[in-house]
Unconditional design. Structure first.
Length: 182
């Protein structure tokens, strides 16, 4: 076989091999698609309900993130999230110093997470404390009227990943789908 034919054949085989290889990597992979804000919020609500607990991440006085597990209430219509805590807790001091927080929910079974960045505010209103209360917390707050306060988190940005729902990051940067709140 002449050299020129061998070079052409080699080039064609290389092109075929690269094309076949890239196509086989795509088979079975979830595809990133565009989701509406409503679809992402609905998926987030399902993940939050399945996860039950979340991590609240605050920033301490030294500028370091601090994470702790909390038992939040389900998000309201605007995706605002309410949590209860002790007035003397370090998270209350940290929120008063810097209201920027992150809530992180993880559902292991669905391979899904929701990360909500927002602004937190400490609320010590008697009527709201009655509304946002769980009876199983009784032992933690023997003097509920004085030591129990609320943390209200108003969302600014939310990221969602759910393998089960095919909500995944885009191919090149792995940036997950997100929702911006006003």
């Amino acid at each position: 076989m002449p050299i020129r034919c061998r070079q052409t054949l080699t080039a064609l085989l290389l092109i075929f091999a690269v094309t076949a290889s890239s196509q086989s990597r795509q088979v079975g992979q979830p595809s990133a698609k565009k989701f509406t804000k409503a679809e992402l919020i609905a998926a987030a609500r399902e993940i939050i309900a399945a996860a039950r607990y979340c991590s609240l991440i605050t920033i301490n006085a030294a500028g370091r993130p601090q994470a702790r597990t909390l038992d939040p209430f389900p998000p309201d219509e605007q995706m605002t999230i309410w949590l209860g805590t002790n007035l003397r807790s370090s998270k209350v001091k940290e929120i008063r110093r810097n209201p920027h927080v992150v809530l992180y929910y993880f559902d292991r079974d669905a391979q899904a997470y929701v990360s909500i960045s927002g602004r937190a505010r400490i609320v010590n209103d008697a009527k709201l404390k009655l509304k946002w209360w769980k009876d199983e917390w009784r032992d933690f707050y023997p003097d509920r009227a004085r030591n129990y306060v609320l943390i209200r988190i108003k969302p600014e940005r939310m990221e969602i990943v759910s393998v089960k729902r095919r909500i995944i990051g885009e191919d090149k940067s792995w940036t997950p789908p997100s929702v911006l709140f006003k």
